[in-house]
Design a protein around this ligand. Structure first.
Ligand code: TYD
Length: 131
């Protein structure tokens, strides 16, 4: 299973660092929504869904977490622990996020606004649909 980890361009100078993400610079799609997950309680696992169409880019702007990616055949765990790395998740990939550090801020850029009808929240149904 191909893991698409993007190295984001850093603008750093004596003041510190800045990263900009825009279409064709770290991300291939139009960004229609940004959300972030933070203050995640100890031991929490989130996600447990796939998207029919949605594409996303995940960046831990602070701290770290792990992301389980599952295409219905193979599973991979990716550690996100840098604000300079972006994980692209294409449509029809089951994802679970876990092992959040206390300070973790997980930012997600998405190519569509929130749409509950785009979610597959039943794992068995997901496996059926990717077949
Ligand atoms: P949820 O889907 O449980 O998050 P995750 O799957 O990433 O663990 O989302 C938590 C709540 O936030 C749920 O009530 C739906 C709402 N929500 C929005 O309103 N807009 C959004 O863009 C997202 C991702 C969630």
């Amino acid at each position: 299973m191909k893991i698409d980890l993007v190295q984001l361009s850093i603008h750093d100078d004596q003041r510190g660092s800045l990263i900009a993400i825009e279409k064709n610079n770290g991300i291939k799609f139009d960004i229609k929504r940004v959300y972030y997950i933070y203050d995640t309680k100890k031991g929490v696992r989130r996600g447990f869904h796939a998207h029919k169409k949605l594409k996303q880019l995940l960046v831990t702007v602070k701290g770290s977490c792990k992301v389980l990616l599952d295409n219905g055949k193979n599973k991979e765990v990716v550690l996100l622990n840098s604000p300079t790395k972006g994980l692209v998740i294409e449509s029809m990939i089951w994802r679970e996020m876990f092992d959040f550090s206390e300070d973790c801020v997980l930012m997600v850029l998405a190519d569509h606004i929130y749409d509950e009808s785009d979610y597959i929240r039943d794992y068995e149904k997901f496996v059926e649909e990717v077949k």
